[in-house]
Every structure is written in C-alpha cells, then in structure tokens.
Design a protein around this ligand. Sequence first.
Ligand code: NAD
Length: 378
Amino acid sequence: MKIVVTKETLAGEKRVPIIPPTVDKLVKLGAEVEVEAGIGATCRFQDSEYEKVGAKVNADREAMIRSADMVLRLRKPPENEIEWMKKGCIHVSYLDPFNEVELVEKMKSCGVSAMSLEMIPRSTIAQKMDVLSSQANLGGYVAVLLAAEQLDKIFPMMTTPSGTIKPARVFIIGVGVAGLQAIATAKRLGARVEAFDTRPVVAEQVQSLGAKFVKIDLGETGQTKDGYAKQLTPEQLQMQKEGMAKACALADVVITTAQLFGRPAPRIIDRGMLAQMQPGSVVVDMAVETGGNVEGSEVDKVVEVEGVHVIGIGNLPGRVAIPASQMYSANMGNFVDHFWDKEAKTFNLDLDDDIIKGAKITHKGETVSEMYIGIMNK
Ligand code: NAD
C-alpha cells in the first residue's frame, strides 16, 4: 500500500503532518511511504532524515497524489487536489466537515474515502489517535503564555523588601482539554486561578489542579454521550453571563475555551462584561476561529475592546510547531497502525469499527457518517 504525505500549503502553518519516527513506524509495518520534498523544513527535519528511515522523497506533488492509495495530511486538502486522487483512495486529515460542505461533496463525488480526525470518538481506545486532545493541550499552554506576555502585571506573588506583589487572577471559562492545561500552566506560573464549565462533572478536576470552580446554577445542562457540552438555552446563557460577570470583573486574565461540537462556539462574553473588567486586563478567545466566545474578538489580532486587550490569535498549537507536529504525527501513525493488516500489508477499512464509523465522512460515492448527516440535517 502506498502512503503519500504532502507538505502543508496554508501560509503560516509551521506544523508538519509527519516526522521521521512515524515514517519509520509505517515503513516497518510494510507500507511504501512517499513524502513531498521539504515536508519537515518548518520544524527543521531534513529530507535526508525521512530517506534514512525508508521514505521516498518526491518533489512532484501531483504525481505523488495521483499514485497514492492513502494520503495523510494535517489540514483539509486544497480543492483542486481532490480530483487527483484515485477512486477509493483513503484521505486522512483534519477536515472540519461541518464548515466544509462543498469539500465533502467533492470528496464524495470523486469516490475518495475521507477520514476526519476531529470525528474520532473520544473513547479510551482512541486516545492515542486523538488529535483534538493533543493539539488543544498545547493550545491551552500557549494561551496562558500569550496572556502573560500581554498583561502589564506578573502572575506570581512576590514578597520582597520593596513590598509584596499580589498574584494575578486568572479565570478560565470552559474546562475541556485546553482549559485544564490552561489552569495547570497558569498555576505553575503562580496565578490565582478560577474556572467555570457548563458540565458540572469537571468541578473535581478543576479543584484537583488547585483552582477554584465557580458555581453557577443553570438548571439542567449535562453533556452528550461523547462527553461534549450541550447547547444552552438563551435564558441559560444569560444566567451564565450574569453568574460569571463578577469573576470576570475581578480577573486580570480571562481565557475562554468554550466549544460546542459541530456548532459555532457560544458567545459568552459581551461588551457589557468587558466594560466591567479592569482596564488593561487581558482576554484570550481560544474559540475565535469557530465563531468566538468574546464579542469583538478578531482572528489573528489583538484588539482593544472597552479598555481590555482581547487576543484572538488563531492556530495556537502552530506556535509550538515541534511538539505539535510530534503529537499530530504520532496520532496519525497510531491511527494507521491500529487498522493495519500486517499480512496483507494494507490499511483495513473496517466499516464496523466504532472509530472508523466515527471518522469516515465519505466512502464509495456516499456520505456515510451518521453524526455528520444528523448534525447537518438539524
Ligand atoms: P471542547 O473543545 O468541545 O469544549 C471545551 C469546553 O467548553 C468543554 O469542557 C465544554 O463543556 C465547554 N463549554 C461549552 N459551552 C460552554 C459554555 N457556555 N460555558 C462554559 N463552558 C462551555 O471540549 P474538549 O476539550 O474537546 O473535551 C470534550 C469532551 O471529551 C470532554 O468531556 C473531555 O473530557 C472528553 N475527552 C475524552 C477523551 C478520551 O476519553 N479519549 C479525550 C479528551 C477529551
């Protein structure tokens, strides 16, 4: 089976989809691996390092894709490259299918089996291939560092002969993978940390990291069977805003990470709440690329809204491209390995497997993901 991995094309993307140790793993499984020339350059991996572990390096992107049985990437494919793929080619990447309807249609009509890594179920067995977790974890870390750099105060308490400096107060909204890492990072820097999530089950995790869980009674909230937050009613959202206003007003830094699977992110901080915050405070909107949690935040910008610095920098894991690539590459390698038929030396597209059922969006000219069809038809 020929596995082809192409260079990322989006300007500014420094993460690379595959690094040499993963190539080594795939070659040892019996795959023929071909990578595009210069694939690892942004993370300082040389072509020779890929060749050393058995990959063929090719500069002809179109020819590579046309000959592939499987294409591995980080981001969605450029539209014009979809028709280069053979019928039946398996394509594995982030796909953002809910926002990429035309791309999904094109993959369907070209007979490509498109796997969306975001759709892999959040089960224990799939943890090793969970790109959402590996990247969100790094994103949570970077968000705290950006905030610390923007803030004109320090995070830790300092007791010195010149006086005592109080620790910064950090409020984290949304405590999934990114939020938990943000709490841990802010704590390590010495801040006083509070956090809130609509899923009450996370209160214990917040406390175990030494932070305080802000309690707001929103009535029935809960989570989906996959552990994702349920959408709040407009009344609940209003109650949440009122409940969080005090914590926001006291905070030097607010980091929002709230996401709803398959839907735009909830708008949880409005201008009124920003106006009540101390001037010079910092808000990091980690959901800026999926609609934004914060009114006024802008993708890839730091803007001032009501005297507050609102950071909307996107692709936070891309700012720590080396560990992000290491983890992404390992996730993809584990995905391929998990379904590899060692005798036939090929990827076994097991249509009855829960992970494949979750990740597979198109197959043999059909849209096949029940979750995708369900959410799109709502
Ligand atoms: P996510 O990125 O979908 O959302 C981030 C957080 O925002 C979530 O904690 C969510 O509850 C919260 N949120 C949504 N609306 C909100 C609102 N209005 N106000 C405040 N917070 C709000 O979440 P994630 O990090 O991808 O995690 C999703 C689930 O998957 C969690 O239950 C997590 O524990 C679980 N998970 C499981 C595994 C595994 O078992 N393999 C791995 C990672 C995560």
